[in-house]
Structure formats: C-alpha cells, structure tokens
Design a protein around this ligand. Structure first.
Ligand code: AMP
Length: 206
C-alpha cells in the first residue's frame, strides 16, 4: 500500500478501525469500487458473494449457497452471518474492513453491529452507490459476457436480484440512516469519478 495523507493512520487521531459498508443494488459497482478503496486506504475487502463463490464446490455449504445464488435469492441469514464472522476473524490485525454485499437484510445489519461491538469496534459509515434500474440491467447484461456467473446471464434472474434488493436490502438503508452513518453517492459516471466521490466521503466521515 502507498501511504499518503489518506492512509488509515492519517484518517484518525486514534487507533480506531475504519469499517465501511459498501451498499447498493446488484450492478452498482460495489466490487469494483471496494477493490480500489481497499488499496487506497489499506483495508481488508470482504465480499460475501466472493466468499460463497470461493467455497469448495463439492462441499454441502457451497451447494446450499449456490442453490440460492443461482436463482438470485439471498442465502439464509443464519448461514451468511456465520460465514461473514468467520471471514472477518481471519484478519485480527486489520486497520479496517470494507463490507461488500453484506449486510443485505436488517437481521444481518443487527448481527454485524453486535459482532463488531464484541470486538470493541463499529461500522464507521455506509456508502450507498445510487444507480437507477435500467442502468443496472444494462451493466449486469454486459458483465455476463465475461463474469461467467449464471446469475448474470439470465434477464429473469437479474430482475429477481433487483426485486430481492428492493424488498429485502433497500430497507437496510434506514438502519444506517437512523445511526447517521448513511452517505448516498452518485454511482453513475466513470469508475474514477465515482471513486473520487467515495474517497471524499471516506475522508469526511472517518
Ligand atoms: P454478489 O456477488 O454480492 O452479487 O452476491 C451473489 C449472491 O450471493 C447473491 O445473489 C446471494 O445469493 C449471495 N449473497 C451474497 N451476499 C449475501 C448476503 N449478505 N446475504 C445473503 N446472500 C448473499
């Protein structure tokens, strides 16, 4: 990591972790922007979608997760929360974590708060990438050309993911709004313009 004025040690006068939820619908650019933020701020990037896709495909857990994700449905909270907690526990010395694709339900948000509290830390901010639905559909269709993801390839499954987001995940925004941690970010434009908006928000909020 290149240390500059935005690196973690400059972001806070204490040793506080910077824990960022990257929030937004499928296709909003969470993965792309999380990878850039991770490098810039020296954080760990945890994507629950990547964790599920990285499981041994022969394992019962992978098969179970795939039975939900291939249809664009959410993996049950109990499983997802356990997986997330065990992933976070792999990095006890992290300067902070970017949570990408988690939490996706209010129960997950509550569990994450309790988990972080038990480690004497908390979510610093939820950065929400805002992109309208037609643009999401176009982006996911294009991503299907090289992602190899079955859930990107079928327009009906893409629509289900957007519907699931609207029904189960969008309400999580209120959870962070009530805590004063929600920051809406315009998610349309070039990758670098959107990244600049996110960086400004991190520097302001951290
Ligand atoms: P993503 O890579 O974030 O688009 O996630 C791909 C799929 O993994 C989702 O459609 C869900 O089936 C599953 N998934 C990822 N994160 C979660 C989560 N936090 N809760 C439930 N299911 C999840």
């Amino acid at each position: 990591m290149v240390m500059d004025e935005t690196s973690p040690k400059y972001l806070s006068s204490t040793n506080r972790m910077i824990n960022i939820v990257i929030f937004g619908p499928p296709g909003a650019g969470k993965g792309t922007q999380s990878a850039k933020l991770k490098d810039k701020f020296g954080l760990i990037h945890i994507s629950t979608g990547d964790v599920f896709r990285g499981l041994n495909p022969e394992s019962d857990l992978a098969k179970l997760a795939k039975s939900y994700s291939d249809q664009g449905n959410l993996v049950p909270d109990e499983i997802t929360i356990k997986i997330l907690e065990s992933e976070v526990s792999k990095y006890p010395d992290a300067a902070g974590v970017i949570y990408d694709g988690f939490p996706r339900t209010e129960a997950q948000a509550v569990a994450l708060d309790a988990f972080l509290k038990s480690k004497n830390t908390s979510i610093s901010m939820a950065l929400a990438l805002e992109v309208e639905e037609n643009e999401l559909r176009d982006r996911l269709k294009n991503r299907a050309l090289d992602s190899g993801r079955p859930d990107d390839a079928d327009p009906a499954i893409i629509q289900n993911r957007i519907d699931v987001y609207n029904a189960q995940t969008a309400p999580v925004a209120d959870f962070y709004k009530k805590q004063g941690k929600y920051v809406g970010i315009n998610g349309v434009g070039s990758i670098s313009d959107i990244f600049d908006r996110l960086c400004s928000a991190v520097q302001e909020k951290a």
